[in-house]
Design a protein around this ligand. Structure first.
Ligand code: ADP
Ligand code: F6P
Length: 483
C-alpha cells in the first residue's frame, strides 16, 4: 500500500459534500445552475477555485431524468470542476429530507423534538453514503487527499477506508456537535463512520470536546494521542481531532463595500432615514427568526418614539422547502411579520420588510453596509458566516452586531453584543442598547471584531485544514486550477 503521508506531485484535493457549489434545477427540460446558499457552499467555493480541487456531490436534481439532460448536467458541472453523484427522487426524500434534515439536523442542534428515525430512511442514508464512497473510490488517484463535509455523509470516511485504505481522508462538520446524541439510535454507526477519517475538524473547541466525549461514551474509545486530542482506531491508526473555525473572504467583502453599485444601494436602503435593523438567514428553525421578530415587536411596544422610524429588513433565503418543519416555519414567520406590520404600520412607514428569496452579492453587501444593527440571533448554529460577512463588510467601523451566544461565531466575536435569543426581554434590550450605543463604543467594538475576522479569514481556515490533511493549498495554486 501507498504511504499516505507522501503527497504525489500531481495529487489533488477531492472535496466531498452533499451540496455542490452550484445547484441544478431542471425547468421544462432546461438545465439551470444557481449558486448554492449556505455556509458550506459559500465558504468552500473560493477554496475550491484556489486549490484546483474536484468537488464531488449531489447536483440538486433527481437522477430520474432523460439521458440527454443527465449528460448536459454532467457537462455543466464539469465546467466548475464538479462531479455529480446520482440520487433518485425517493432517496432524496429518505436520505436528505427525512434522515439528514428531519432527524440528524435537529439532533446536532440539540433538539430532541424530531420524529423517530424510520428504518427505511436509515437504510437509504447508508445506501447513499455507500454510493458517495464508491464514486470517490473510483475517482481518487493515489496520493489524492479526500475532504468529506457535513452530517449528510458521516459514514463516508469509514466506507471509503474499506475501499481505499491508501487515501488520507479528512472530515469536517459544519454544524454544532451536540451535548447529547441519546435520542439517536444510530449514533454508534455514525460516530464510527466519522472515525474512518484521519483528521476530524469542528468549528469550535467545545464541539471537538463534545465529540470526544461522545466517542468515549458511545464507542468506549478513550485513547488520547501524544500529538494532541484524538483517538486510535481499532487497527491502531491515529485519528486526530481539531477545532478550526471556518471563516469568510474578508478582503473580498471589504473590497465590495467600496463598489459604486453597493454604495448606491446603501443610499437607497437608508433613504427613509431612521435606524435600520437587518437580518440575513436561510429560512431555518435554528436561526431564531420568530424570536427576533417578537423582540422587534417588543421594542416598538416599549419604545414608542421608534414607531414611524425604526425598520427591520429581513431576508429569508428559501431552504429545504420539502421538509414539513421548514414549511411550518415559513408560515409562522410570515404570520409574525404580518402581525407586526398590522399593529404598527402607517401609510408612510412599514416596520418590517420581509423578503423570501435570494439576492445577488451586490444586494447582500449593501444590506450588510446599510445596517445600523445586524441581528444574527440563531438559537444554535455551527458557525454562522453571516456574522463574519457583516463584520468584514464594515470598513466604516460603524454598525453594531447583536449575536446569539449559541452561534459558533460567538466563541470568536466576543466584541459583539452577545445575547441569549430565547430570552425575549434580553433580546429586545440588546436591540435598544445597540441603538443607544455611543459612536465611540461602536467603533471600538467593530475594530476588535474586524481584527479577528481579518486575521482568521477563510484562507487561513483552508490552509490549516489542508495542512492537517497533508495537502498544500499554495502548491495547488502554483499548479493552477483544474490540474
Ligand atoms: P448556514 O450555513 O446555516 O446557511 P451561514 O451564516 O454560515 O449559515 O451561511 C450562510 C451563507 O449563505 C452566507 O455565506 C451567506 O452569504 C450566504 N447567502 C445569503 N444569502 C444568499 C443568497 N441569496 N444566495 C446565496 N448565498 C447566500
Ligand atoms: O453550512 C451549513 C449547512 O447546513 C450546510 O451543511 C448545508 O449544505 C447548508 O447549510 C444549506 O443547506 P442545504 O444543503 O440543505 O441546502
Amino acid at each position: 500500500p501507498l504511504d499516505a503521508r507522501r503527497v504525489a506531485p500531481a495529487s489533488r484535493v477531492l472535496i466531498v459534500s452533499n451540496r455542490l457549489p452550484s445547484t441544478v434545477r431542471v425547468d421544462e427540460g432546461r438545465v439551470q445552475l444557481t449558486p448554492s446558499a449556505g455556509g458550506l457552499a459559500t465558504g468552500l467555493r473560493g477554496v475550491h477555485d484556489a486549490a484546483g480541487s474536484t468537488w464531488i456531490g449531489w447536483s440538486g436534481a433527481p437522477a430520474e431524468l432523460p439521458s440527454a439532460t443527465r449528460r448536459e448536467i454532467a457537462l455543466r458541472l464539469a465546467e466548475v470542476d464538479a462531479l455529480g453523484v446520482p440520487i433518485h427522487g425517493p432517496e432524496i426524500a429518505g436520505f436528505y429530507q427525512r434522515f439528514a434534515n428531519g432527524v440528524l439536523w435537529p439532533v446536532l442542534h440539540d433538539r430532541d423534538d424530531h420524529p423517530d428515525p424510520d428504518p427505511d430512511d436509515w437504510a437509504t442514508y447508508r445506501a447513499v453514503n455507500a454510493r458517495f464512497a464508491a464514486v470517490v473510490a473510483e475517482e481518487a488517484r493515489p496520493g489524492d487527499r479526500v475532504w468529506v463535509h457535513d452530517y449528510h455523509l458521516m459514514l463516508v470516511p469509514r466506507l471509503l477506508r474499506a475501499r481505499r485504505p491508501d487515501l488520507r481522508t479528512g472530515f469536517f462538520l459544519h454544524t454544532p456537535f451536540p451535548d447529547s446524541m441519546a435520542s439517536l439510535p444510530q449514533r454508534r454507526t455514525l460516530l464510527d463512520g466519522i472515525l474512518g477519517a484521519d483528521v476530524v475538524g469542528f468549528h469550535t473547541p467545545a464541539y471537538a470536546a463534545r465529540f470526544g466525549d461522545a466517542v468515549r461514551a458511545t464507542l468506549g474509545r478513550d485513547v488520547e494521542l501524544a500529538s494532541g486530542a484524538g483517538f486510535a482506531d481499532d487497527d491502531g491508526r491515529a485519528v486526530s481531532v481539531h477545532a478550526c473555525p471556518m471563516s469568510v473572504d474578508a478582503a473580498g467583502f471589504a473590497a465590495r463595500a467600496t463598489d459604486p453599485r453597493v454604495i448606491r444601494r446603501v443610499q437607497e436602503l437608508r433613504a427613509a432615514g431612521g435606524p435600520l435593523f437587518v437580518g440575513v438567514d436561510r429560512l431555518d428553525h435554528t436561526k431564531g427568526i420568530p424570536e427576533r421578530l417578537a423582540a422587534f415587536e417588543r421594542l416598538l411596544d416599549e419604545r414608542p418614539e421608534l414607531r414611524g422610524r425604526a425598520r427591520l429588513l429581513q431576508l429569508a433565503v428559501p431552504s429545504r422547502e420539502d421538509v414539513p418543519a421548514y414549511r411550518e416555519l415559513r408560515a409562522r414567520v410570515e404570520a409574525l411579520v404580518a402581525r407586526v406590520n398590522r399593529r404598527f404600520a402607517t401609510l408612510a412607514w412599514q416596520p418590517v420588510t420581509y423578503v423570501y428569496g435570494s439576492v445577488d452579492e451586490v444586494e447582500l453587501s449593501a444590506m450588510y453596509c446599510a445596517a445600523d444593527v445586524m441581528l444574527v440571533t440563531p438559537l444554535r448554529d455551527g458557525m454562522n458566516l453571516v456574522a463574519k460577512e457583516f463584520v468584514a463588510s464594515r470598513i466604516d467601523e460603524k454598525g453594531v452586531l447583536v449575536l446569539g451566544e449559541h452561534a459558533g461565531a460567538a466563541a470568536e466575536l466576543r466584541a459583539a453584543l452577545l445575547v441569549d435569543p430565547r430570552d425575549a426581554g434580553e433580546l429586545s434590550r440588546a436591540y435598544a442598547r445597540a441603538l443607544d450605543m455611543s459612536p465611540a463604543e461602536r467603533r471600538v467594538r467593530m475594530r476588535r471584531l474586524r481584527a479577528r475576522v481579518d486575521a482568521h479569514d477563510v484562507r487561513r481556515w483552508a490552509d490549516e485544514c489542508l495542512a492537517l490533511l497533508g495537502a498544500d493549498l499554495q502548491a495547488s495554486e502554483r499548479r493552477g486550477p483544474g490540474r
